[in-house]
Ligand binder design. Sequence first.
Ligand SMILES: Nc1nc2ncc(COP(=O)(O)O)nc2c(=O)[nH]1
Ligand SMILES: Nc1nc2ncc(COP(=O)(O)O)nc2c(=O)[nH]1
Length: 538
Amino acid sequence: FDLPIYSDEIKTNTDDRWNKAYLAFGSNLGDRFQNIQLAIDLLKTNPQVTVNQVSSLFESEPMYFTNQNLFMNGCIEISTNLKPLELLKLCKEIEYKELKRVKQIDNGPRTIDLDIIMYLNADNEQVLLNDSELTIPHARMLERSFVLEPLCELVPFDLIHPLTCEPLTSHLSQIYAKGNLEDQLWKLIPLPTINGHNRFLKFKTVEKFDDFTGKTTMVSQSPSYMMCVLNTTPDSFSDGNEFYHNLDKQLDRVQHMYDEGLKLHDSIIIDIGGCSTRPNSEQIEQDIELQRTVPLIKAIRSRKDWEQEKIIISIDTYRSQVALKTIEAGADMINDISGGTFDASMFDVVAQHPEVSYVLSHTRGDISNMVHMAKYDDDGLESGDTQTKEFMFYQRLPSKTGTNVIRSIAREISDRYSWALLKNVRRWQLVLDPGLGFAKNGKNNLQVIRHLSLLKNYCKFTKDGEYVNFRNIPILVGPSRKAFIGKITDEPDASKRDFATGSVITSCVGFGADVIRIHDYANCSKAIRMADAIYKGV
Ligand SMILES: Nc1nc2ncc(COP(=O)(O)O)nc2c(=O)[nH]1
Ligand SMILES: Nc1nc2ncc(COP(=O)(O)O)nc2c(=O)[nH]1
C-alpha cells in the first residue's frame, strides 16, 4: 500500500476537490441528543465543512472509566477543505467554546466529544498523521464498538484500516466475537420529549453466527414493539368502524389499548389513521383527515391519568400537512405508506423534525393502481446495468435467485432512502417497512416475510459508486387481517382473521421484524411476546 504520509506543508489541494473525514461523537452529560444535534449544526454552518451523512445513534456503556452515565454515540461523514490540524481546531472549538465541555478527568463525562477517526484526501486515499496533537486514524478506534458500529453504517463494508489492512467490518466482528456485554450497543430512535422524559425507541441488533449455514448476519435481540391500529375512517376494511367519529368511544379504545398493551410491553405505539390506504379506497379531503386525527391526538395527550411517555403516537398519513399538524398536536412518528412518493413535501416536514421518527415504506404507483404493479419476476436492475452490486450482509447476491421480490423492494426503498437523506432526513429517524399488500399480491407477501432478514442486511453499491446499507435500521411489518391471510385461511370476514394473524406475526418476528402493526392488540400482544421469547431470546 503506497499510503500517502501527510503533513501540513506537503499536500494542499491544488484543485477544488475536498477531502473527506469521519468523525465520532459521544455525549453523556446534559441533554445528549440536543448536544449532538448542536455539534452537527455547528459543523454544517462552517463554510469549510459539508456534512454528508450522519449514522444512527447508539447508547453504550462507558468504557475505561465506568463510573459515569451511559454515552450516546455515533459517527459523521464530512467533506472539508480543512487540513487535519485545522479540523481538530474546529472540533475543539465546538467542544469547549460552543458546548462548554469541561475536561475534569481523562475518559470522564462530557457534553460532547468530537474525535477525528479517519481522513481521506481528495484522491480518496487514507491520510496518516502522527502528530503530538493528533493521530490519524484514531489510535483507539479498533477497540471501540461505539465508534466502529456507527462507522460501518457510513463506509463501504470492504473499506480497510490503513495500518492493519483489514476491513473495519471484520475488526467490528472481532470485538463482538469476544462476547463482552459492554460492547453491545442499543440503537436509539429519538422521539419528542414529553413531561421532561427524553424518549427513544430502542433496538439491540447483534451479529449472529448461524451454526448451520456458517454465515454471520445481523439479528434483533430486543423486544418487538407493538403498533396498535386506531383507524378513524368509516371504510377501514377490518375494524368496521361504528364509532369512527365519536371521540369518547375512541378514547375508551385507547384506554383499553393502554391497559392491555402495557401488560406485556413497556410502551405502545398507537397508529392513528384518518384516511384509508386500502387499495382503491376513496381518498377523503385533507381537511377531513385533519378533523379526524388532530382532536383525537390532542385529547390523548391531555389525559393526565395516562403515563404519556409510554404512549407513542404514530400518524398513518402520506400528506405532509397532516404530518406537520399532527406532530404539533403531539404525534411522535409519521407512518407514510407511500415512502414519500405521494407528497413531495413529506421529506421536508420529516427533516424539520429530527426528533420525530419516520416509517419509510415500499409501494409502487398510487392507491388506485398499485394492485396492478405487483410484478417482481426479474431482478429489477435497469437493463444493461452490470455495475450495481447488491449484498446481503456482505455476501454477493447472484442475480436470478428466489429473492427477486425482496431485492426489488430493498433497492426501491434504498432509492427513496438516498432521496430522503438528500432532503436532510436523518438515518436515525428511519424505520423500514416492505409494505405488505401495497403493490404486492399474496405470493409476494409470503416471500417478503420469509426474506425480511435480507432487507435488514441489505447493502448495495450503485453504478455511480454510491453505497447504501440498512444496517441497524428497524423493520416494521403490517400483516394484520390482510387479504392474503383471508385467502389462505378461507376467511372473507377481516375481523375474524386475528387468530391467523397471530401466527403470521410470530413468523414476522422470527424472520427479523422489530415493530408489528396489528389490530387485535389484546391477543397479538401475547403472540409477539411468545415470538420474542422463542426467536429473540428476550
Ligand atoms: N461508551 C463510551 N465510552 C467512552 N469512554 C471514554 C471516552 C473518551 O474517549 P476519548 O479517548 O476520545 O476522549 N469516550 C467514550 C464514548 O464516547 N462512549
Ligand atoms: N407502515 C404500515 N402502515 C400501514 N397502514 C395501513 C395499512 C393497511 O391496513 P389497515 O387498513 O388495516 O390500516 N397497512 C400498513 C402497513 O402494512 N404498514
